[in-house]
Design a protein around this ligand. Structure first.
Ligand code: ADP
Ligand code: MG
Length: 234
């Protein structure tokens, strides 16, 4: 059973009187435990797609099934609950809370969303800190650590409540190549350790080799679909 399945998926934004098609009828499946990249230039639809998989936005047509749930059936409140239970997010600009320490940033979802009891929470944060190699930085604030370290913290925060799926929209765009490479290695290690499915996007062809499965987006369509059509199999 696929973890994510898209069939004839389309998303068109309405801007004033104009339709802006961003995803133009794509099909794909993501298997549990996989390490997947959506690769494509700026404007190709990566964020639109990840936002839909993350239940932050609805498709215009077609279906998108995430963990056996047709996400079009979720209203705002149900989508928020679904995200809280099943999905972790890693962002391009890290999105750490500046006034909180590294420890407190990782703890935040367990405190504010999941409401775990303190003792269990602290043990889980300690486990995540160790897993991302940041145990000795626990009391620092985000402005006292490097970009690569911030993204390590963000990876720990995304995984702390043990989601089945982690979505990372251009997680390495603000990192130099070596650091980007190490962050993807870390994500892969976390996938192995915690059996979480990772889906990330990138516009950097050098990084896409790190993925085990790559989908190439071009102007809202997948390479694989375009080739099928050219062969007359559409
Ligand atoms: P990427 O993440 O690959 O850069 P996006 O998903 O952000 O691509 O954008 C895909 C297309 O959709 C672009 O043409 C972009 O201008 C358009 N788009 C994205 N978000 C919106 C929005 N909120 N309103 C209108 N158009 C949008
Ligand atoms: Mg984007």
């Amino acid at each position: 059973m696929s973890l994510v399945r898209a069939e004839r998926l389309e998303k068109t934004y309405r801007v004033g009187d104009i339709d802006v098609p961003a995803i133009k009828g794509i099909d794909f499946a993501i298997e549990p435990g996989s390490f997947v990249a959506f690769v494509g230039p700026s404007g190709s639809g990566k964020s639109t797609l990840l936002n839909m998989i993350g239940c932050l936005d609805h498709p215009t047509s077609g279906t998108l099934t995430v963990l056996d749930t047709d996400i079009a059936t979720l209203d705002r409140r149900a989508a928020a609950r679904f995200r809280g239970e099943h999905i972790g997010f890693v962002f391009q600009d890290f999105n750490l809370i500046p006034v909180l320490t590294v420890f407190e940033n990782i703890e935040y979802p367990l405190r504010m969303v999941q409401k775990w009891p303190a003792e269990k929470r602290h043990a889980q944060v300690a486990l995540m800190l160790a897993a991302v190699g940041m145990a000795d930085q626990a009391n620092k604030r985000p402005d006292q650590i490097s970009g690569g370290q911030k993204q390590r913290v963000a990876v720990a925060r995304a995984l702390v409540s043990q989601p089945k799926l982690v979505l990372a929209d251009e997680p390495t765009a603000n990192l130099d190549h070596d650091t980007a490479y190490r962050i993807l290695e870390l994500m892969k290690k976390m996938r192995d350790e915690f059996k979480t499915t990772f889906v990330f996007s990138t516009h950097d062809p050098k990084i896409m080799g790190e993925a085990e499965t790559t989908f190439t987006l071009e102007d809202g369509r997948l390479d694989s679909d375009i080739q099928q059509e050219e062969l007359g199999h559409a």
